[in-house]
Design a protein. Structure first.
Length: 618
């Protein structure tokens, strides 16, 4: 069955082509597995909470934009009737009936690892012509500002109304389209277990989302709410207060327990949360397995994509994520273009992530994760890639990591193969936290252990020195691993001290890497190709919203040949004793470059077999 939805249709429609429904929610209330909901152009001011999903991949419920049209689901409502106050401040009053069951201006951002930077923030936003204004710390602070160009707001929630005061620079807000976010979600089920839904070609924006730590329910403008088998494709998701797409976590009585009572600490409360979730049925058969492909996500305060446990066994492919937490109005330890906890067997491939506070953050239990063919650049506050307290195996292959800080490795069991590292690398053990690893391709916990560091492999990567204030950067290259050994230390027969305890770190393996422009190799790498005088030219060029990498790397790459890498050569991640393999147990294949070209008997170092002088990034 195909149901039609048109915002412009008369009331009382039956969903037919001749008499469409007016709202998406009306169509959702009648759709059954196998049905398609065709959504026409319009601005749909509603929270779509599908009451049911499909039954399988073949019997989905599909929510699809009509061909050539771009319907918008927004969490915002218009505000009008602004009156001028003193000192360039304007005032508008909204009746609380507009908010229904949830008033975002009475809901403070809160949760584990959240940092308001000394100010209270609320989940709501005020927009002028689609652009968010910053929230002022107080009404007196807003009133006292003298700059006519400042764009800020403050809201006071009263018994029957919410009063907004705002500065719009030198503009009259009555000549602008002003809106406030009033709904916590755009497309998000109220209940768990709403499986096998497809969203295609929709735009979702302006959701008043709460902070989403791994130890609490994780809301997003769009998300499956602890379900199985969603496809979110070719959507545009933006201006969510915190997160764009959420793939986890479910509600739990222990949510945010660390913030409410800090006695146990964040590590312990998260570990308890994992076991609580397992007891409630976290498994490959019930949760995760989503596909996110071809989406553009931007202007979100916390993360473009977030997920804890519910993001396992997923494919996150060819998404364009940019300008995440770029306003910096609040901060915390959960901020990135993509931030995933427990990304077990999750594949991140072909994504472009730029102008974010941090690019990608794989935190805890990224066992079996694959990070391949991604392009990261201009993430200038933190790293392009951060892998934290994971025991592996985790494969990082064929990526361009071009920001000033390319990679922060606070894990072990990672294999980096055929990447271009254009910035700094840091390697840091973590012997203060016992962290989890799993049975292969499963959510079941196999053990807990410290992160001693090491157990990493670097093969056939290209490292470029980055100049800092005219000096070569000593943190570029693999010199960060110089304190890591090449083998386990010898021990006496009968000594039950763990081998890692004897040497403090696990062994590291490297080979076939090339170091240009002052980048330094690991002290134990015997066959490193070092070109200290090579000075490759790299330049990011932006043209009409597209980014290009202008370079002369072909000049150097043509001489930098090496030996092929196989899954067998990578061995097994030490703690889980798991080889580098796909979800089905087949060995990972390493015979293609970033653009899909075949690697020969003597492949080139780095992600490409041939470098075009202008490489299109997005």
């Amino acid at each position: 069955m195909i149901y039609s939805v048109s915002q412009h249709a008369p009331a009382g429609g039956d969903g037919s082509t001749a008499r469409p429904f007016q709202t998406i929610g009306q169509a959702a209330s009648v759709a059954r597995p196998g049905d398609t909901i065709l959504i026409h152009e319009g601005i749909y001011r509603e929270w779509v909470a599908p009451p049911r999903g499909g039954e399988s991949d073949d019997q989905r419920i599909v929510y699809q934009a009509a061909e050539g049209e771009r319907p918008v689901i927004t969490g915002a409502e218009p505000v009008s009737g602004w009156t001028r106050c003193e000192n360039g401040v304007w005032r508008a009053v909204v009746h609380n009936a507009v908010f229904g069951e949830y008033n975002p201006y009475a809901d403070e951002l809160f949760g584990d690892w959240y940092d308001g930077l000394g100010q209270t923030h609320h989940t709501g936003e005020l927009f002028a012509d689609g652009q968010p204004l910053d929230e002022a710390a107080s009404l007196p602070a807003l009133m006292d500002q003298s700059s006519g160009k400042t764009r800020k707001w403050f809201a006071q929630v009263e018994e029957e109304q919410t009063v907004f005061h705002a500065r719009f620079g030198e503009q009259d807000p009555n000549s602008l389209q002003t809106e406030i976010s009033v709904r916590p979600f755009c497309f998000f089920p109220r209940e768990e277990g709403i499986n096998y839904i497809t969203l295609s070609g929709l735009e979702c924006c302006c959701a008043a989302t709460q902070w989403a730590p791994p130890t609490a329910f994780q809301p997003g403008a769009v998300g499956p709410h602890w379900s199985r088998g969603w496809v979110i494709e070719n959507c545009r998701i933006h201006d969510s207060k915190c997160c764009g797409i959420s793939l986890g976590k479910n509600h739990d009585p222990k949510d945010n327990s660390w913030s409410k009572d800090p006695c146990k600490g964040g590590t312990q409360t998260y570990t308890e949360m994992v076991f609580s979730t397992l007891q409630r049925g976290w498994s490959r058969e019930r949760v995760g397995g989503h596909i996110l492909r071809g989406n553009e996500i931007w202007n979100c305060g916390q993360a473009g994509i977030v997920g804890c446990m519910g993001g396992a066994f997923c494919d996150i492919t060819e998404n364009h994520i940019h300008h995440i937490n770029i306003r910096g109005e609040f901060y915390g330890a959960e901020i990135a273009g993509i931030k995933l906890h427990a990304a077990v067997d999750t594949h991140l491939t072909g994504n472009v992530i730029h102008h974010c506070s941090r690019g990608v953050w794989l935190d805890w239990q990224a066992q079996g994760a694959l990070f391949r063919n991604n392009l990261c650049f201009a993430n200038d506050r933190e790293e392009d890639l951060f892998i934290e307290v994971c025991h592996g195996p985790c494969l990082v292959e064929n990526n361009l990591l071009l920001s000033p800080r390319s990679f922060l490795d606070m894990s072990q069991g990672t294999a980096c193969v055929h990447n271009l590292f254009g910035g700094k690398i840091h390697a840091v053990p973590d012997t203060n936290r016992f962290t989890l690893y799993h049975l292969p391709h499963s959510t079941q916990v196999g053990g807990v252990m410290l992160i001693y560091g090491g157990d990493d492999r670097f093969f056939n990567n290209l490292f470029l020195g980055r100049e800092d204030d005219g000096r070569l950067c000593g943190s570029c290259g693999t010199g960060a691993y110089n304190s890591y050994s090449a083998e386990f230390p010898a021990r006496k027969t009968g000594d039950d001290t763990p081998a890692a305890d004897l040497g403090r770190t696990l062994p590291v393996t490297m080979g076939g890497n090339a170091y240009l422009n002052g980048a330094k190799p690991w002290v134990h790498e015997s066959n490193a190709q070092v070109l200290p005088d090579a000075s490759p030219a790299l330049r990011l060029a932006e043209e009409n919203g597209h980014f290009w990498l202008e370079n002369n790397l072909e000049r150097y790459s043509i001489t930098l040949q090496t030996s092929p890498v196989t899954a067998g050569a990578l061995g097994r991640a030490f703690q889980p004793n798991q080889p580098f393999e796909d979800r089905d147990g087949a060995p990972v294949q390493l015979d293609r470059d970033l653009l899909g070209g075949a690697r020969g008997a003597l492949p080139r170092v780095g992600p490409l077999e041939h470098w075009p002088a202008r490489l299109k990034l997005i």
